[in-house]
Design a protein around this ligand. Structure first.
Ligand code: GSH
Length: 206
């Protein structure tokens, strides 16, 4: 039985929950992190020395880093088209997965922290504007990719759409001005129809 450590409101845990759902895998989940704590306890630190969630246990394998976990689940339990058999398709999915962490997520995270978790009088307007600009530049890159293909890595939904979909859910639920992005908007409409997204990701922001 797969065991996932992490609370349901964490964006990184949600990626794993959505992946498990896409792959129709049974699992046990233990609340940890955020209001549940536990992540700095000695026994948890032996599983994940970072003291962060998510952590996945699959028999003797203990794995942390949400994108590594998502990739592992798809390569261990997925089959085409969810897990592309073609190495070029898989490499493209890898690229968009890494791009989420390096390029798209940092400005969206800043907006989330500023606009959702910081009281209005303490917000940093300069940081908000800079993050909005960076987020829009990144989303413009994704929009161009999605003008050519329906999904991030090409013709099929792959694991790459999961981290991107989690970031997009934050973006679309922020109280901020959002210019239309024809292809990202249409892709997000498709993302919203994935049952795993609806079940685990599309929750109020916190
Ligand atoms: N790069 C890591 C980041 C993990 C991370 O930052 N997790 C946050 C929740 S989204 C966390 O554990 N924060 C401490 C806590 O919740 O107690 C991953 O993708 O798994």
């Amino acid at each position: 039985m797969l065991r996932l450590w992490g609370h349901k409101n964490s964006s990184n845990v949600q990626k794993v929950l959505w992946a498990l759902d896409e792959l129709r895998l049974d699992f046990e989940r233990i609340d940890a992190g955020g209001p549940f704590g536990r992540v700095k306890d000695a026994d948890y630190l032996t599983l994940n020395p970072n003291g962060l969630v998510p952590t996945l246990e699959d028999g003797p394998l203990v794995l942390w880093e949400s994108h590594a976990i998502v990739r592992y689940l798809f390569s261990r339990y997925g089959s085409p088209p969810l897990q592309p058999s073609d190495l070029a398709d898989r490499a493209r999915a890898d690229a968009w997965t890494d791009w989420q962490f390096g390029t798209l997520w940092p400005p969206i995270r800043t907006l989330l922290v500023q606009l959702v978790r910081t009281p209005e009088e303490r917000r940093d307007q300069g940081a908000i504007e800079a993050a909005r600009k960076s987020a829009l530049a990144a989303l413009g890159i994704l929009d161009r990719q999605l003008s050519r293909h329906p999904w991030a890595a090409g013709e099929y939904f792959t694991f790459a759409d999961i981290p991107l979909g989690v970031a997009a859910q934050r973006w679309y639920n922020l109280k901020t001005e959002r210019p239309a992005l024809e292809h990202v908007d249409a892709w997000y409409g498709r993302i919203k129809r994935r049952p795993g997204f609806e079940r685990w990701v599309d929750l109020p922001l916190g």
